[in-house]
Design a protein around this ligand. Structure first.
Ligand SMILES: [Zn+2]
Length: 452
């Protein structure tokens, strides 16, 4: 196993056999590891943390064209420094001790590889208000209504993503009745923010109080002032004071995100509001710097219990199609697929005006039955297109953007697609994947739809 520099992937050094064994043991279970192993592994973790190194696993070294799985050292407060797998397309070999999530001891999956537990469930808005007592009694019984006490280690980021996606869904940003003018910049970001504000203003979080009291869409406001208002709020008695800010920007890195008020500064300069979460910003599917245009960004603030200062604690960024069409997208390739589907809808409108396409970008998983094993599992298709004729729903298509052509990825995706067929006919972009496309995706999809 190799230690490499995070940004450049330059090699620093190979782990010794002893270190590799210790790291594997401690990753699996710190509780049952020996003290010398813990000591040795911790030294490696701190070396990674202090020097910005990643660990490249060698369990797939005998497979060609497979990028090694990579892990990073995470130094969350309250728990020992540990390794976390970086989200990417190559998984460890089945017998690798670094396989699976750090905290969950390996995720349970169905025969086709679907998760047995949903990870992107809708968030229960009332769970945002954490009870004050919970965190101060780590041995106490967890509050069922509290997302973060149940899964304390990874939940901070995943609950941010879930809050963001739940709001996106409630605002309807992930659904489009096609065709739309994807190049249009009107009504633009400000109108989308107003739509989201309307959701915050009408959704109750607790005792008649609205979500807008703890979620702000005004990143130019002073966090100290927002916190001062929450401090005085009697309805939050016994609850931790914390709040969230949501905005869109094209400036994101793992260090943080910057919101820009264009031309609102002195002499018409841009006004910039930087957010640097103490636990860094998680960017969906990207490391280092966000390069996918605009993003939804959600950051969470809380008070540092030692210093008393209001701090930006963690953050999450997810790419969107554009500021006017803030549909979450997982990659540049997905943006191209979305364009292709829309183009196809334009042609259909001209030739077959009775056919309508409704596009959904799922933001939560769907539960379906695995045809291989009859188990229930959760899948999240890239896009779902409902085809209707004369207003009657006729067909459902699952549209999957194919990102890689490594053997492992192809095998895994093919299994998942058999499972997604339970939702609707699976159409891949490119159509003959893993073979190269013969014609543009929109032509192919057009053919599929008129022959349904
Ligand atoms: Zn491995």
């Amino acid at each position: 196993m190799l230690l490499v520099f995070r940004k450049s992937r330059y090699r620093k050094r190979e782990l010794t056999d002893k270190e590799a064994t210790a790291v594997g043991n401690v990753y699996r279970s710190r509780m049952t590891s020996t003290l010398p192993d813990i000591d040795l592994a911790d030294k490696v973790f701190w070396e990674m943390h202090n020097e910005g190194l990643w660990l490249q696993c060698d369990c797939r070294a005998d497979h060609q064209n497979v990028n090694p799985p990579e892990l990073t050292a995470v130094n969350d407060p309250d728990i020992p420094i540990h390794l976390r797998n970086i989200n990417r397309e190559t998984d460890h070999a089945d017998n690798c001790p670094l396989k699976g999530q750090h905290t969950e001891g390996g995720e349970e999956r169905t025969a086709s590889g679907a998760r047995k537990k949903a990870s992107l469930r809708r968030i229960d808005y009332s769970s945002l208000l954490r009870k004050e007592a919970n965190r101060k009694q780590p041995t106490g019984t967890p509050d069922d209504n509290d997302e973060e006490t149940r899964r304390p280690r990874r939940a901070a980021v995943s609950s941010l993503a879930r809050l963001l996606f739940t709001l996106i869904e409630d605002a309807g940003f992930n659904e489009l009745s096609l065709p739309v003018n994807l190049d249009k910049s009107y009504p633009g970001a400000a109108e989308r923010i107003r739509q989201l504000q309307a959701v915050l203003d009408k959704t109750t979080v607790s005792r008649g109080h609205k979500l807008s009291e703890v979620v702000s869409l005004r990143p130019w406001k002073s966090p100290e002032e927002i916190m001062a208002t929450l401090d005085k709020a009697e309805w939050l008695e016994g609850r931790e004071r914390r709040f969230w800010m949501i905005f869109t920007t094209d400036r994101v890195t793992e260090e943080g995100a910057e919101f820009v008020l264009e031309g609102k500064g002195k002499d018409g300069n841009d006004l910039c509001f930087p957010f640097r979460p103490t636990r860094r910003l998680k960017i969906n599917g990207e490391a280092g710097e966000g390069r996918r245009g605009h993003y939804w960004v959600i950051v969470r603030f809380e008070r540092n219990e030692v210093s008393g200062l209001v701090e930006c604690r963690d953050g999450y960024a997810h790419a969107i199609y554009s500021r006017n069409w803030p549909v979450p997208v997982d990659s540049e390739l997905e943006k191209a697929t979305l364009k292709g589907i829309n183009e196809c809808a334009v042609w259909l409108r001209d030739k077959y005006p009775s056919i309508n396409l409704a596009l959904q970008k799922p933001v939560h998983e769907q539960q379906i039955t695995d045809p291989l094993s009859d188990e229930k599992g959760y899948v999240i298709p890239d896009f779902i297109v409902k085809v209707s004729e004369n207003g009657n729903h006729a067909h459902t298509l699952v549209i999957e953007t194919m990102g890689y052509t490594t053997e492992e990825y192809i095998e895994r995706k093919k299994k998942m697609h058999r499972m997604m067929n339970e939702i609707g006919r699976v159409v891949t972009d490119p159509q003959k994947w893993p073979e190269p496309a013969e014609k543009p995706f929109c032509n192919y999809l057009y053919g599929v739809i008129i022959h349904l």
